[in-house]
Design a protein around this ligand. Structure first.
Ligand code: ADP
Ligand code: MN
Length: 361
C-alpha cells in the first residue's frame, strides 16, 4: 500500500517539467500544482452524477487530494539516515512562492504495467491562456504555427517504448515531436507503436539475442492490433464526452500507455476487455466441500485468506487526459474545438496505423 513517507523522482515521466515524484510502491504520484489545476480536479471530483463533468472522471487520473509540501527531498536516502525532520529540502520550482508548493496526489496511470510504453500528446490548437502576458501569447501563437499543433491539434511530446528482451525503455525526447511536420505524424505514431519482427509466441528456449537486437522494440502484430483497436474506441468515446464539456484546455495532454511486455500484454488481453482491473475476478479461489447432507458445496475463499499478494495487473492499454494547469471550465463557452480536433487527429492516426497492422496479420 502506498505511503507518502518517502517519495522518489518518477522514473516514467516522458514530458513536462521535472518534479513529478512517485510513492515508494509507485502507485501514486505527487505533482507540483498551481491553484487552477487543483480547482479543476476538485470540481471534477465534486460534480454530481447528473452533471456532464462527472463523465470526465473516467478519463483523468484518480485524484486523492492535495498535499502541501514544505519542499522536495533533496536525497531520498536521507530519510533512512536521518528521518523526515532532518532531510535537506530544495524548492520545487525556483520561481514558486512558498505558499504555492502544493502537490496533487494522483493515481499513477503507468502503475501495474511491466513495460509501460508511454506517449504524452499535447492537445489543442491554442497553446496560450487568456491570462498570459501579450509576449507569451505571441510566443505561443508562433509555437502552434511552427509545429503540428496549429493545424492538427496534436503535438507529440516525449515518449518511451520497450523491446521485449530489454528492461530499459527507449526514449524519444520532445524535440522530435516539435521538429516534425504534419505529414510526418504517421511516422511518429509508428515510432510509438512499433511492430516487433521477433517471433511470437516466444520460443520455449529463447535464442540469445545479439546486442544489436535489443533496440528492436514493439509488440507482435496481433497484440499491437488489439492495443490500437481499444485505443480507437476509447478516443471516440472521449471525443463524445469532451464535445459536451464547456472548457478551454490549454497545454493539456492525452497520456497513452500500453503494455510492452508480451506475456503481460497477452495476459491483460485474456483477463479483461481492455478496461482497468486490479483483481482477477475471473479465477476467484474456490474450495470444494461436502456438507452434512453429503452435498458438494463450493465455497469461495475470502480474498484476505489468500496468502500471496498478486501483482497488480494493468490493462492492455489506457487513455487519460492529464495536465490541467491552464484548463478552465467555462459555462456557456462550448467545447474546446482545438482539443476536439486533436482527438480526431489521433483517431485518424491510430486507424491508419491499425490498417497497416491488419495487413500484416
Ligand atoms: P507539466 O506541467 O510539467 O507538463 P504534466 O501533468 O504534463 O505536467 O506531467 C508531466 C509528465 O509526468 C507527463 O508528461 C507524464 O509523463 C507524467 N505524468 C503526469 N501525470 C501522470 C499520471 N497521473 N500518471 C502517469 N504519468 C503522469
Ligand atoms: Mn504536460
Amino acid at each position: 500500500s502506498p505511503t507518502l513517507a518517502a517519495t522518489y523522482p518518477f522514473a516514467a515521466q516522458v514530458g513536462g517539467h521535472a518534479g513529478v515524484q512517485a510513492t515508494e510502491d509507485n502507485s501514486l504520484l505527487l505533482k507540483p500544482a498551481l491553484p487552477r489545476e487543483i480547482d479543476f480536479y476538485q470540481r471534477i471530483t465534486a460534480a454530481s452524477d447528473s452533471d456532464e463533468l462527472s463523465k470526465l472522471r473516467n478519463w483523468i487520473p484518480k485524484f486523492l487530494g492535495v498535499l502541501k509540501l514544505e519542499g522536495q527531498l533533496k536525497d531520498s536516502s536521507a530519510v533512512e539516515n536521518g528521518g523526515v525532520g532532518n532531510v535537506e529540502v530544495v524548492p520545487v520550482h525556483g520561481n514558486m512562492a512558498p505558499e504555492d508548493k502544493e502537490h496533487l496526489v494522483l493515481e499513477n496511470i503507468a502503475y501495474g504495467f511491466v513495460k509501460p510504453c508511454i506517449l504524452d500528446v499535447k492537445l489543442g490548437t491554442v497553446l496560450y491562456d487568456n491570462g498570459a502576458s501579450p509576449e507569451k501569447q505571441a510566443r505561443m501563437i508562433k509555437a502552434a504555427q511552427n509545429t503540428t499543433s496549429g493545424e492538427t491539434g496534436v503535438r507529440l511530446t516525449g515518449f518511451q517504448v520497450y523491446s521485449n528482451d530489454s528492461p530499459k525503455p527507449i526514449l524519444t525526447p520532445k524535440s522530435y515531436g516539435k521538429s516534425i511536420k504534419k505529414e510526418q505524424l504517421p511516422d511518429g505514431i509508428e515510432l510509438f507503436f512499433p511492430v516487433s519482427s521477433a517471433p511470437y509466441p516466444t520460443p520455449p528456449n529463447p535464442i540469445e539475442t545479439p546486442e544489436s537486437d535489443v533496440s528492436n522494440p514493439g509488440l507482435p502484430p496481433i497484440l499491437l492490433h488489439c492495443v490500437l483497436t481499444t485505443l480507437q474506441t476509447d478516443l471516440e468515446e472521449l471525443k463524445a464526452i469532451m464535445s459536451n464539456i464547456e472548457m478551454r484546455m490549454v497545454g493539456g495532454s492525452a497520456l497513452i500507455v500500453y503494455e510492452g511486455d508480451w506475456e503481460r500484454a497477452s495476459k491483460a488481453l485474456s483477463t479483461s476487455s481492455g478496461t482497468a482491473t486490479t483483481e482477477e475476478d475471473e479465477d476467484d479461489e474456490v474450495e470444494v466441500e461436502i456438507d452434512e447432507n453429503g452435498q458438494i458445496v463450493l465455497e469461495s475463499i475470502p480474498d484476505e485468506a489468500i496468502e500471496e499478494e498478486e501483482e497488480p495487473q494493468a490493462p492492455l492499454c489506457s487513455l487519460s487526459l492529464i495536465d490541467f494547469a491552464h484548463t478552465r471550465l467555462i459555462d456557456g463557452a462550448g467545447p474546446d474545438e482545438g482539443v476536439l480536433k486533436g482527438i480526431q487527429t489521433m483517431i485518424d492516426l491510430i486507424r491508419q496505423r491499425k490498417d497497416k497492422i491488419t495487413a500484416m496479420l
